[in-house]
Structure formats: structure tokens, C-alpha cells
Design a protein. Structure first.
Length: 271
């Protein structure tokens, strides 16, 4: 981490993620309700999503007023510094709404379009994951100090544990269920966690062998993708492409390519 800008951005992302995580964990009202919907009536926004994004942008803007933003809940500005922050203030909103623990705060910094810093805080796990480009991936949690993350040794595909997610639009979800039905007999098993950022960090930390999902936005994957790659994972979209709304795939070197090929064969990227 020789560029002095990187530790500054990492420290700021960690501070903003920590404070947003505390707000979400400790400030969740008992009568939490849906504030709005997005792609469908079951794709929800709560008042806490909105409050967490405002907290994050305020923390960052106070110290770096010339930076730009792209946030799930509407934060959008170009900035003039060449740095843009890509923010998912609450990844796993439905889990959060129901009181399930798998949700996270995801913050990434891009410089001239390239991701250089990523932080994912998972408050109910008591864990925070972070990476800078070229500096490896790390986590803090119940153990002492920082732990360097590394993907698992690659198993054969039929022994791989793979996670996925499902869209909130019924027709898309039905197609994704069919893809999963075809995949399950070819894998050890499949999981559905509910937070793309946490799934990518679980690949990075060796808790999963692979992950895929259709329909993700930049804020869903920006931090987690960098963390996974810095831990040794391969990431991409359709063969030869970067992660996109069509498809996001991550995995160990022995799982990524066969999984990606199967997803292409099964048409995971379209209805």
C-alpha cells in the first residue's frame, strides 16, 4: 500500500461502514416498516436504508467534499477528484426487515473507474472485511487482530458449496429457480444467503467455493468483488466479460470456470 491515498480511503470507508453498521444494528426500530419499493412490491426499502446512506455520504463528504457518489438509495454525484464512492448502505434489506442476521454495509472507492478500496461490514457477525488493490484481503472479527483472507483449495465441482440469490421480479425468479434446479445435482449443495456482499466475502474467506447471481447492480458487488479477487478468487460475468447485471460469478480457480460454463449453457443470464 505505497500510494498514500489508499490508506486514507480505506480508513474513511472503514469509519463510515462502522458507523452505518452501528446505526443499523442499534437503531433498528421495533416497528420497522417498508418505506418504498423498487423493482417489485417485495423488493423493499426501509427508512434505515435511507438513513444509513445519508450517514455514509455525510461522513465521507465531510472529509472529501470533491468526491463523487453512486448509492443504491439515490446518492449520485460526479465529483471532481477522480474518486467515486459506490455504496450499498444495507445489502440484504429483506433479511434486515425480518430480523435475520445476514445483512451488510458495502462501501467501495473507485479511481477513474477502477475499484481500489472495498469494505464490507457485517455487524450481526461482528466481522468487517476489507481490501485495497494489490494489498490482499483482510478481516477483523472475534479473533485477535486482522486475519488475511484466502479462498479454499479448489474442490471438484461436485464437491463445491455454491451460493446464489434470486431476483424480486416473479418471472426472473422463476427462471433462476430452474437454473438452480439444474445446478444442484452437479454440486455439493447450494445456499441462498440474501446479501451479495456477504456471499462474495464468504468466497474470499473460504466459507464458500463459489457464488453466482443475475441482476446485481454496481453497489451490490463493488466492494465484495475486490475483496474476493484480492483473496485469490476469480470473478467475472458471462465468459470473457466482467461482472454485470446479466451475471456475476465468483469462485476458486477450479470452480469458477466450470461453474461459469454451466451457467452459460443453462442460460442463467436471460429469461
Amino acid at each position: 500500500m505505497t500510494d498514500p491515498l489508499l490508506p486514507e480511503l480505506l480508513r474513511l470507508a472503514q469509519e463510515a461502514a462502522r458507523r452505518a453498521g452501528e446505526l443499523l444494528r442499534d437503531g433498528r426500530p421495533a416497528d420497522l416498516a417498508v418505506a418504498a419499493t423498487k423493482s417489485s412490491p417485495i423488493d423493499v426499502v426501509t427508512e434505515m436504508d435511507i438513513a444509513a446512506e445519508k450517514l455514509i455520504t455525510d461522513v465521507i463528504s465531510e472529509q472529501r467534499p470533491d468526491d463523487g457518489f453512486l448509492g443504491e438509495e439515490g446518492a449520485s454525484s460526479e465529483g471532481t477528484s477522480g474518486i467515486r464512492w459506490v455504496i450499498d448502505p444495507l445489502d440484504g434489506t429483506v433479511n434486515y426487515l425480518y430480523g435475520l442476521p445476514t445483512w451488510s454495509v458495502s462501501i467501495a472507492a473507485e479511481q477513474d473507474g477502477e475499484r481500489i478500496v472495498g469494505v464490507v461490514a457485517a455487524p450481526m457477525r461482528g466481522e468487517t472485511y476489507h481490501a485495497v488493490r494489490g494489498g490482499g484481503a483482510w478481516a477483523t472479527g472475534a479473533w485477535d487482530g486482522e486475519r488475511r483472507l484466502a479462498v479454499r483449495p479448489a474442490p471438484p465441482l461436485d464437491q463445491a458449496l455454491v451460493s446464489t440469490g434470486f431476483n424480486y421480479v416473479a418471472e426472473v425468479k422463476a427462471h433462476q429457480a430452474e437454473v438452480a434446479r439444474r445446478l444442484i445435482p452437479l454440486l455439493r449443495d447450494i445456499r441462498r444467503g440474501g446479501s451479495a456482499a456477504v456471499d462474495l466475502c464468504d468466497v474470499a474467506s473460504g466459507r464458500l467455493d463459489g457464488y453466482y447471481e443475475r441482476g446485481l447492480n454496481a453497489w451490490d458487488v463493488a466492494a465484495g468483488d475486490l475483496i474476493a479477487r484480492e483473496a485469490g478468487a476469480l470473478t467475472g460475468g458471462r465468459p470473457g466479460e466482467r461482472p454485470s447485471r446479466d451475471l456475476t460469478v465468483a469462485g476458486t480457480s477450479g470452480v469458477f470456470e466450470p461453474l461459469q460454463r454451466l451457467l452459460e449453457d443453462f442460460g442463467a443470464w436471460h429469461d
